[in-house]
Design a protein around this ligand. Structure first.
Ligand code: DX5
Ligand code: ZN
Length: 216
């Protein structure tokens, strides 16, 4: 069963709690929360106080996508704020194995994300101990960008490794996903789909999530 993870980056920030509640009721499986620090990526979003403030609006999985340098410094704070799953970028942490083990030792799920230019081979040895791999299908930093098609091959590569070493692995794809390309990433092996603008663009959350599911 493919999970849909709406990215609240495309929601109305002036009423974020309400938006989270609405997208939960519209059929979201995970709430995808994009944290950006203005250093790892050229944009800044929000941090722990905002995540804490919206936590009570849903019981769905808080799927934190940390686009920040040195994420290990903030793991405890993000867990206190309400994270269920924390994904860090391979490119942002010199000691990725240590940080992944630390996240898991705290009793929540851990994922690694790869920028478009980062090959899957670099995390091959870590895949058996991960809960999720996130293949970025845009360069991170902004919603509403164009899907990078070579991401499909990277998803296939992760799927193949997981077949042998970690059958329960969540394989997430994030960036530029809409009803025209969702099938291609799911057919490649993705089982958690992030979508921001395709879901929040016109306020018709329920219809847009339904359309994504029908297009698989
Ligand atoms: C990009 C973020 C994505 C983004 C997806 O850096 O990680 O989660 O919000 O937005 P769309 O679906 O509009 O590309
Ligand atoms: Zn994201």
């Amino acid at each position: 069963m493919v999970k849909i993870a709406p990215s609240i980056l495309s929601a109305d920030f002036a009423k974020l709690g309400e938006e989270v509640r609405k997208v939960d009721e519209a059929g979201a499986d995970f709430i995808h929360i994009d944290v950006m620090d203005g250093s790892f990526v050229p944009n800044i979003t929000f941090g722990m106080p905002v995540i804490k403030a919206i936590r009570s609006y849903t019981k769905k999985v808080f799927d934190l996508h940390l686009m920040i340098d040195e994420p290990s410094k903030f793991i405890d704070d993000f867990i206190s704020a309400g994270a269920d799953l924390i994904t860090i970028h391979y490119e942002a942490d010199k000691h990725i194995d240590r940080t992944i083990n630390y996240i898991k030792s705290k009793g929540i799920k851990a994922g690694i994300s790869l920028n478009p230019g980062t090959p899957v081979s670099l995390i091959k040895d870590l895949i058996p101990s991960l809960d999720m791999v996130l293949i970025m299908s845009v360069n991170p930093g902004f919603g509403g960008q164009k899907f990078i098609s070579y991401s499909i091959d990277k998803v296939k590569e992760v799927k193949q490794i997981s077949e042998n070493t970690n059958k329960d692995l969540l394989i997430q794809v994030d960036g530029g996903i809409d009803s025209t390309n969702i099938k291609s990433v799911v057919d490649a092996g993705a089982n958690v789909i992030v979508a921001g603008s395709a879901i929040f663009k016109d306020g018709k959350l329920k219809e847009n999530i339904a359309l994504l599911r029908e297009s698989i």
